[in-house]
Ligand binder design. Sequence first.
Ligand code: PMP
Length: 385
Amino acid sequence: MCPQPILYFDHSATSWPKPPGVAEAMQEALLEAGGNPGRGAHSLALAAEHTVTRARGDVARLLGVPDARDLVFTPGCTFALNLVLKGTLRRGDRVVVSALEHNAVVRPLHVLAARGVKVARVQADSEGHIDADAVERSVAASATRMVICQHASNVTGAIQPVADLADIAHEHGAVMVVDGAQAAGHLPLDLATLGVDAYACSGHKGLLGPQGVGVLYLAPGLSPVELVQGGGGGPSEEPAQPDIRPDRYEAGTGNTPGAAGLGAAARYLLEHGAEIERRERSLTRRLHEGLLGIPGVKVLGPAIDVPRAPVVSMTHDRIPPDEIAFSLDRRYGIAVRAGLHCSPWTHSMTGTLETGAVRFGLGWNLTEDDVDRALEAVREVCAGS
Ligand code: PMP
């Protein structure tokens, strides 16, 4: 149970609360559709199958995926990224990656580098943007199998030109993989036209679903060969994993209540997403502007007039981030996150590798009043009162 009324600014870690319909859909999956989807033809198994198929269809509509079979349910964004990176990259392959990536990309690449995959990093500018020309120079310098870039930063909120990067990758015969953890549900997204080959999402952040479920979009032309896991499911009993989507990548019994919750969240976003995006944009600017007016505060990443995802991270010239976060929580009931946010590469770029930063992750349920209360609290904490 929640210990006190919380002003929740940690949506970049996980969204909370969830919109109406999510918990109900999960409960319904457990109480009324509790069979195993795709296993058996009795009514509860068919109801579970219907739950998963409906959820996949609704998430596909939300993300602009024409054929829902190209969407794989995973346990999260981390799993989705592991699936596509480890399934595709082989010894001798070269991958070009932005120097801003989250550990969900950095660590699988570390493993792959030990297996003989060559990793070339492209640096960002001082605001945390990747320059498409720099990516092109790197891709053109040597045969490249894959370009990887996040769509939006979980530290600075910087939005990367992933459609341009996809064009560059394709011109040079590479595939484009995007980490969409901080973009999906926050930024307008139409995967049919974005042109990327793989797009990985957390279900529990901007997509407003529960934890333990994510999605991986795999364009029809990209089929990771090596499987992270093989097992039951699909139409045949041959030892080889069936070569049909999405079954090939969903071996074993999946997270049916999670998919049901994510499907309900997708339906909520299909109805309210445009209005939520507008509000998040304006609240993000209000918070950014307000923080800039507090003596000693520095905001990381893009300048105020540059579009960003609803993530604003700050440091103070005197008070360490963890002290600020602790005071906000204990004295004001404001939940933010302090630290390195699983992104040491980005903290190196912003000069905050030693200290970390205080991160405000904005979300669907926040109001102007919430932002003003948070700003007042930061003002008081930073004044040492
Ligand atoms: N990439 C980025 C940019 C993230 O912010 C996160 C979550 N912090 C992830 C990947 C991993 O997401 P998950 O923990 O949901 O697997």
